[in-house]
Design a binder for this molecule. Structure first.
Ligand SMILES: [Zn+2]
Length: 522
């Protein structure tokens, strides 16, 4: 469960700047709202306009699906939490009632890999927390774990303060992973503070992007050893950054600058090599490991081998690797730049291996790696646009959108077309992320006492993905024109209806910060 709030002690000992940050954060950790005498979780059952207080919400006649269950029942949510689950629940007429006949009733999705409002110098992602989490909500996701980062030479605690300022506009609940860029005595101490005091219990280490984000193996080892001893999870971006750097420099020098060379300079073997190396270092450091955005068969084989040996090694993949292949880089003009993310799209053999990994539990999570940059520069400027790399693929901001389409894509492509069970669908998109990242059972399931984060999903509705109808600020979709069966109808965040068909009832800032507990293994 989520750690208790210690902000009160912190504020007492902090300077004006820290007090400002703490004040912005206060609403998000369950601390008392000044003047109202009500806990923040009670605030969640007020309507956005604050005029009407709802006593409770009843979702009736639905088919409840969790990672293990599948049955017809009603759900009563009070004070933001699931109070009662039963058949034919009788309630008074003051209870807001939603009929879920014919719909799947599932826990709100959890997306543990997003980059919202992320500035890394030359480029910045185009979604704010407000727009990105609204898009998430329309896609059935009610919890996001986003990446904040240390700035080299500065404490990661400063990076977290900056992230909190940006995340204050979130419309769904949010947690933070910390990207570590320096590993030294002070930052190792700061990692302990993040785990124990701040509820940041996972850290991302890059094995790619030398000179920018990459850590050497010694730094990986030190950070892993610290995490393993404190119940935290290490997430790795596993590619051999130095070899890839050579290939990229050679390609650019030879005038091979089109978007497709992004793919050709990042071979699957170098993802496999780094994944294997990360696993071996994590084994020596005795820490659980989570490989982010796994795309290659070689990397999956390394994870499978480790799991067969009983090691606590986990991995996620993303919808773009499951539904798209590298032919996208051959699209005319500069269109291939839309698909420039890292690792790049692979071929159909790798895709098949990923689907198999999802069913054999060698892959435990599907996240989006939502890292949106506009294709065109006119909307928000060159800093937010793929056009930076018009004449040089190595300058194309790496990343692609996807936060709004994860659940419907995986339902259609996984459950309907490939025989993934509904229980497995919920496990991959909600329950496993909650368990691995210290949120279960508050999040990730439908159970008495869990947060009232619920998605009503119509398994029969057929629709077509259009970027023009999305809620992200990005100007394209990787899946433009894909027709899917299965759509999100209603979404509840802690019992409050935030999405009703095409209507938005949420508001910026209603998301709570999730102080996460110890990470789990699966
Ligand atoms: Zn990412």
């Amino acid at each position: 469960m989520v750690a208790s709030c210690r902000h009160a002690d912190l504020v007492a000992a902090a300077g004006p700047y820290a007090q400002l940050v703490a004040a912005q954060r206060r609403h998000v950790c369950g601390a008392t709202r000044e003047g109202t005498g009500k806990a923040a979780s009670l605030g969640a059952i007020f309507q956005p306009d604050g005029e009407r207080q709802m006593a409770a919400v009843l979702i009736k006649n639905g088919r409840i699906v969790t990672a293990v269950d599948d049955y017809q029942a009603d759900i009563l949510i009070e004070d933001g939490r699931i109070r009662t689950i039963g058949q034919g629940l009788v309630v008074g007429n003051q209870v807001e009632t939603h009929d879920a006949s014919g719909l799947l009733v599932m826990p709100g999705g959890i997306d543990v890999h997003t980059h919202l409002d992320w500035d890394f110098g030359v480029a910045r992602t185009v979604d704010t927390f407000g727009t990105g989490t609204k898009a998430a909500a329309f896609g059935g996701t009610t919890t996001v774990i986003d990446f904040c980062n240390q700035t080299r030479g500065a404490s990661p605690l400063v990076g977290l303060e900056d992230w909190h300022r940006r995340a204050a506009s979130a419309s769904v609940d949010v947690g933070a992973h910390m990207i570590m860029l320096d590993v030294n005595d002070q930052s190792l101490t700061d990692m302990q503070t993040l785990i124990r005091r701040e509820g940041v219990t996972s850290f991302k280490l890059f094995m790619a992007y030398p000179g920018v984000l990459m850590l050497d193996d010694g730094a990986l080892f030190k950070a892993m050893r610290l995490a393993g001893g404190h119940g935290a999870m290490i997430c790795v971006h596993a590619e051999n950054g130095q070899v890839i750097q050579v290939l990229v420099e050679e390609a650019v020098a030879a005038g091979r600058v089109a978007p497709k060379y992004h793919s050709l300079t990042r071979p699957t073997s170098m993802e496999g090599e780094a994944t294997h190396r990360a696993i071996k270092i994590a084994e020596l450091a005795e820490t659980p490991l989570y490989v982010v955005h796994l795309s290659a068969r070689e990397a999956l084989a390394a994870v499978a081998e480790a799991r067969d040996a009983g090691l606590p090694v986990h991995a996620e993949t993303c919808p773009h690797y499951l539904f798209l292949t590298q032919e996208k880089y051959d699209r005319p003009e500069f269109d291939g730049a839309k698909y420039v993310m890292t690792p790049p799209l692979r071929d159909a053999n790798h895709q098949q291996a990923l689907w198999r990994g999802l069913s054999t539990n060698d892959l435990q999570v599907i996240s989006t790696d939502h890292c949106p940059f506009c294709f065109n520069e006119q909307l928000f400027g060159m800093k937010f646009s793929k056009q930076q790399g018009k004449d040089d693929f190595s300058k194309i901001p790496n990343g692609a959108p996807g936060i709004e389409t994860r659940l419907p894509l995986v339902y259609d492509g996984g459950v309907r077309q490939r025989g993934l069970s509904l229980n497995r669908f919920v496990a991959l998109t909600a329950t496993n992320p909650a368990k691995l990242f210290g949120l279960f059972p508050k999040k990730g399931t439908i159970a008495v006492g869990s947060d009232g984060d619920i998605v009503l999903f119509d398994p029969q509705d057929t629709w077509t993905i259009r970027a023009s109808e999305h809620h992200s600020r990005v100007d394209y979709s990787l899946f433009e024109g894909h027709t899917l069966t299965g759509s999100v109808k209603k979404v509840f965040l802690r019992g409050q209806l935030i999405v009703d068909g095409k209507d938005w009832h949420g508001r910026e800032g209603m998301g709570e910060f999730l102080r996460r507990g110890a990470c789990g293994t699966l």
